[in-house]
Design a protein around this ligand. Structure first.
Ligand code: 5GP
Length: 217
């Protein structure tokens, strides 16, 4: 990951959750949380928000239509395809991906601002986006939220009732691909209990050694 000609060293130990020794690089505070659809990312991230209000959470842009209860500017910035593509063309997205027919992306500027202010920043994005962040910022910490079992994930995704059958099937296919890539992540956190998973995540973000973390490595 560090053979990319960057002019600062990338700590080999950083992928074990240790404090990178790359100097005062605020970018190392970026944490990417990925995981298959239905694993409970939103619940865990919501709990994390309550646990540590100092963490800054990125609000993505998406071409997906809002679900009932979703608020523009809070859950996502809902945009049309033309607006989204203009953001790509203008270099205003840190990463973006197409996921089950819609586009999702992370606005670059707010992330850079949060990191420049020294706030820990969290992105909740899918696998292709996580890979782009890893390539652009090797010191970012990548965490994959895992379901306790595949059956549990299928149950959660089909029981959610927010998508039609075809969309559920597409998300399950994506989920399989995402889980197959778990080994690319620095940490894997099993979401058996939302509160525990959020605490585990918080430990990783704040670099607290966590006994539990090792159980899932
Ligand atoms: P949903 O439609 O369920 O809100 O999100 C679908 C998937 O897109 C989820 O895995 C979610 O984490 C991911 N996602 C949300 N925002 C972004 C983003 O800005 N970039 C990328 N690459 N994925 C995102």
């Amino acid at each position: 990951m560090n053979g990319d000609g960057r002019d600062y060293p990338v700590t080999p130990g950083a992928d074990r959750g240790g404090e990178p020794v790359t100097g005062d690089l605020p970018r190392h505070r970026l944490t990417v949380v990925s995981g298959p659809s239905g694993v409970g990312k939103s619940s865990v991230v919501g709990e994390l928000r309550k646990l540590e209000p100092d963490i800054w959470f990125s609000v993505s842009v998406t071409t997906r239509k809002p679900r009932p209860g979703e608020v523009d500017g809070a859950h996502y910035h809902f945009v049309d395809r033309a607006e989204f593509d203009a953001m790509i063309a203008g270099g205003r997205l840190l990463e973006w991906a197409e996921f089950t027919g819609n586009r999702y992306g992370t606005p670059r500027e707010p992330v850079e601002k949060a990191l420049a202010e020294g706030r820990p920043a969290v992105l909740e994005i899918e696998l292709q986006g996580a890979r782009q962040v890893r390539a652009a910022m090797p010191e970012a910490r990548l965490v994959m939220l895992m379901p306790p079992s595949w059956e549990e994930l299928v149950g959660r995704l089909t029981g959610r009732g927010t998508e039609n059958e075809a969309a559920v099937q597409a998300r399950l296919a994506e989920a399989e691909r995402e889980l197959a890539a778990a080994g690319e992540f620095d940490h894997r956190v099993v979401n058996a209990d939302v509160r525990e998973a959020a605490e585990h995540l918080l430990n990783l973000i704040t670099d607290q050694p966590s006994e539990d973390a090792e159980h899932h490595e």
